[in-house]
Design a protein around this ligand. Structure first.
Ligand SMILES: Nc1ncnc2c1ncn2[C@@H]1O[C@H](COP(=O)(O)OP(=O)(O)OP(=O)(O)O)[C@@H](O)[C@H]1O
Length: 491
């Protein structure tokens, strides 16, 4: 997704094989659309048979959508939506039937297995797997011995449903002057609620009704379950007259805005803060959320900045949830943004934490150099920066507009961290918790020599296994990238 006007200004487009990149925005694969509206990953085969949905089960094994989200969405729709005047009947019906499908499924599922039910907490209730208990975010208060069932009956959603008239009022009828972003699937409008709160209203605009519904539900499903200072905040949704996500407004827009489109150059101190904050947000998604969330589209346009330049990861349209027992996703279609795509994804469609780590490495290079991931001549930042990093020519990487106004120790750490994150072999890439240590100077030894790390230090991921099995070099990576570009642009 690009900023408004960003699609044609050299920002790398997000693509999907078999579909043209549209205004540089999100395009989802047919399989994704299908699966996201189907059944949750933690359904038993028996449940699925009851609903005659076995066929989808194989496809959506690792596809999760939060039980509480959609259950509650249904309640919201039934109880709060009042104004029908400008409702698009087809879209509202579509959302209702998606909710209804989920609702029916969840009723059955709830009835059949309270144990499984407790594996996914309702909104506003945090429960994390034992695996991550020690890593929990200490900022978030945890309910102690209360059971999931008790919590289910007592929890209140942390978001609300907006009527179309409320959204129209807030955005001055979605006035084009209030449009602050536009991508492949959505337009984003600045708005002001009656209580004075500034919001960003993301109106899903592109695609068929099914595609729009998928995009809306997928993103909502993640947004309602993440709660971290470095992830975007959902205030509510609106399903009349289209599908809308209402988010807290980020006054500075995205990092791409400030880094590439602004006359005023971003100071190094802010860039470093953005790097550390984004790493924090990703570490939360990968390692401290109740389910592992892979963002899949980390890039400068998807990092929003708060008033005091705290970064917030946004746009969860491509995000995937990985249950603990699932090592990875293998995606049949090609989605993402040129310039940020990890080799194993290009080659095998494999998605796990390390694909985000790779994209984060590219983001670090953008912060260091002030260059785009892919420039207007389609040259990749990766290919430009890698030889410089290999020769330890960090000074040559640095954005000339910074002059000498940067902390050289921070710069050094950022460059070396980037180098490790962009390793072709995902085995050699660190996890986000390690990235945090590297960036903040807590793991200097590893930063000094990314290739000499001890493998036993890392928990192995599927993409790591793959790289053990075969060699994937820069030439093959480039050829894969150009093949994918060809497919995307020729369509
Ligand atoms: N909460 C917000 N506050 C301020 N600006 C925002 C906010 N959310 C989005 N934007 C702006 O809108 C742009 C697009 O947002 P987003 O990436 O969520 O849209 P999208 O249509 O999902 O994109 P894509 O095509 O990648 O799917 C952002 O890069 C940012 O400039």
């Amino acid at each position: 997704m690009e900023e408004l006007g960003g699609g044609g200004n050299g920002s790398p487009p997000r693509v999907s094989a078999g579909k043209p990149p549209r205004h540089g925005g999100t395009v989802h694969s047919a399989r994704d659309r299908h699966s996201a509206m189907s059944v949750p990953a933690f359904a038993s085969a028996q449940d699925l048979r009851c609903l005659d949905l076995e066929k989808e089960a194989g496809e959506v094994l690792a596809e999760c959508s939060p039980r509480g989200v959609l259950d509650d969405g249904l309640r919201c729709l039934d109880s709060e939506t009042t104004s029908k005047a400008s409702t698009s009947y087809t879209e509202t019906q579509m959302i209702r039937s998606s909710f209804a499908l989920w609702h029916g499924f969840f009723r059955l599922w709830k009835h059949k297995s309270m144990r499984r039910l407790s594996s996914f907490p309702p909104i506003g209730f945090r429960k994390r797997s034992r695996r991550r208990r020690s890593n929990r975010d200490s900022r978030v208060p945890m309910p102690d011995s209360t059971s999931a069932a008790d919590n289910e009956s007592s929890f209140k959603p942390t978001w609300r449903n907006f009527t179309i008239s409320e959204l129209e009022k807030a955005t001055n009828n979605f006035n084009s002057e209030n449009m602050i972003g536009k991508g492949g699937s959505a337009e984003i409008y600045r708005g002001c609620l009656e209580n004075g709160q500034l919001v960003a209203v993301k109106k899903i605009t592109r695609g068929t009704t099914e595609e729009k519904t998928h995009n809306f539900l997928s993103e909502m499903g993640v947004l309602v379950h993440v709660d971290h200072p470095n992830t975007a905040r959902l205030i509510g949704v609106g399903v009349e007259g289209g599908m809308h996500l209402v988010l807290v407004l980020s006054p500075h827009g995205s990092l791409a805005n400030l880094l590439h489109d602004s006359k005023d150059k971003l100071a190094w101190g802010i860039r470093y803060k953005v790097a550390v904050g984004t790493a924090n947000g990703l570490e939360y998604l990968h390692e401290r959320c109740h389910k592992r969330i892979i963002h899949r589209d980390i890039k400068a346009a998807n990092i929003l900045l708060t008033e005091d330049f705290e970064p917030q990861i946004c746009d969860f349209g491509l995000a995937k949830w990985l249950p603990d027992e699932v090592t990875h996703h293998t995606l049949p279609s090609f989605e993402g943004t040129f310039g940020y795509l990890a080799p194993e994804y290009c080659m095998h469609g494999v998605v796990d934490e390390k694909t985000d780590v790779f994209a984060f490495g590219i983001l670090l290079l953008e912060l260091i150099s002030g260059r785009r991931a892919v420039n207007s001549s389609q040259q990749s930042l990766l290919m430009w920066a890698k030889p410089l990093l290999e020769q330890n020519r960090i000074r040559d990487l640095v954005d000339p507009s910074l002059g000498d106004s940067y902390d050289s120790k921070q710069m050094d750490r950022a460059a070396k961290t980037a180098y490790i994150c962009i390793q072709h072999s995902s085995v050699l890439r660190p996890r986000m918790s390690e990235v945090l240590k590297l960036l903040s100077g807590g793991d200097e030894g590893r930063a000094e020599n990314g290739r000499a790390l001890h493998r036993s230090f890392l928990r192995r991921t599927y993409s790591e296994e793959i790289f053990d099995a075969e060699e994937y070099n820069a030439t093959r990576y480039l050829s894969d990238i150009s093949r994918h570009k060809q497919i995307a642009f020729d369509f």
